[in-house]
Ligand binder design. Structure first.
Ligand SMILES: Nc1ncnc2c1ncn2[C@@H]1O[C@H](COP(=O)(O)OP(=O)(O)OP(=O)(O)O)[C@@H](O)[C@H]1O
Ligand SMILES: [Mg+2]
Length: 338
């Protein structure tokens, strides 16, 4: 669907050049929700804006359905943009126009007849759940409602791809979830390909099929979400994906334990079938160790159950070491925490 090859973007200015993207290669398949995650300044917005040529690549190709769009004439580009909807962090609505008029706008630009516009706008208002707000102005809406208008507007011309630049970053967690659910629903119902960028791992967990991690203008990791989350290859990815809670457990915190006991602290991650097995209780009984659970979390990533656990094992040195060996033999990812 989308194929990015050797994409480099350099911003030139009097104060010097900024290399925002360096030799980026990515493939997005039709119908998937593809997430790009990275910290501030990593090049996320630049990358997503190169997909609809809001930014012109310095080098490399952006192919959509096999066609290199960097070679299109202005006229062809106008047409292409209609097949690529986009939504933004701050909604970018036309403040002087009503909800109705905002959604109708791209249809007017595309010279769609009035009657068809009215029908399509009504359909879209129903889709995003704002039928009763048709005559409101953006200033009369909440953030979540504004983003729903923006989504309706982006979908007006039936695009093949929806590009989302931090679409939920300005929203509270509950509203953010409802917008992500709406995007997921649209993706499923219409097979719409979605490319989204975010700095929040929750967004990736919530709706993405695959993810790419971007750092300093380069893609450092790509894969399906469960794989990347369970087996991050780089420290940067580890830092991005770690739930944050685990890092908040002070390393010198002593919750329980007798002086004579040998202790080790582990992070245990599990997915799929392994999540269902009573591994910990088996270990405790078999090796006679104490297992203190400092943190536990279970989520669904799409249809796969994944969990994280921070365990403090204490007891006889030998027993603790055997327990760790036992855990490593299971279908679990074990990481020692200092
Ligand atoms: N128009 C521009 N002119 C010059 N430099 C730019 C321009 N736009 C972006 N940059 C630089 O390119 C780099 C990547 O910026 P970009 O906006 O793509 O990052 P980002 O990952 O979207 O960050 P954020 O999460 O803060 O939105 C940054 O160093 C930024 O300062
Ligand atoms: Mg950005």
């Amino acid at each position: 669907m989308i194929s990015i090859e050797g994409l480099t973007k350099i911003y030139r200015s009097e104060t010097g050049d900024v290399v925002a993207l360096k030799n980026v290669n990515l493939k997005v398949s039709a119908g998937e929700v593809f997430g790009i995650i990275g910290s501030s300044g990593a090049g996320k917005s630049t990358l997503i804006r190169c997909i609809n040529l809001l930014e012109k690549p310095t080098k490399g190709q952006v192919k959509i359905e096999g066609k290199d769009i960097t070679k299109l004439s202005n006229r062809e580009l106008m047409k292409l943009r209609r097949s690529l909807g986009m939504i933004f962090q701050h909604f970018n609505l036309l403040m002087q126009k009503t909800v109705n008029e905002n959604i109708a706008f791209p249809l007017q630009v595309a010279n769609v007849p009035r009657k068809q516009i009215n029908e399509r706008v009504k359909e879209l208002l129903e889709l995003v759940g704002l039928i009763d707000k048709a005559d409101y102005y953006p200033s009369q809406l909440s953030g979540g409602q504004k983003q729903r208008v923006a989504i309706a507007r982006a979908l007006a011309n039936n695009p093949k791809v929806l590009l989302c630049d931090e679409a939920t970053s300005a929203l509270d967690p509950i509203t953010s979830k409802s917008i992500l659910a709406l995007l997921k629903d649209i993706n499923k119902r219409f097979g719409l390909t979605i490319v989204l960028i975010t700095h929040q791992i929750e967004v990736i967990k919530e709706i993405c099929d695959r993810v790419a991690v971007i750092e300093k203008g380069q893609i450092i990791e790509t894969g399906n979400v469960v794989d990347v989350l369970m087996h991050p290859k780089t420290t940067s990815t580890k830092n991005l994906v770690s739930s944050g809670l685990i890092d908040k457990i002070p390393p010198d915190m002593v919750l329980w334990g007798r002086k004579q006991d040998y202790q080790r602290r582990l992070k245990v991650s599990f997915s799929g079938e392994a999540a269902m097995k009573p591994v910990i209780s088996y270990m405790v009984m078999e090796y006679q160790v104490y297992a203190n659970i400092l943190f536990a979390d279970i989520n669904y990533l799409k249809d796969t159950m994944v969990g994280e656990l921070v365990l403090e094992l204490s007891g006889e040195r030998n027993a603790v070491e055997q327990s760790i060996r036992f855990l490593r033999e299971q279908d679990l990812v074990i990481e020692e925490l200092g």
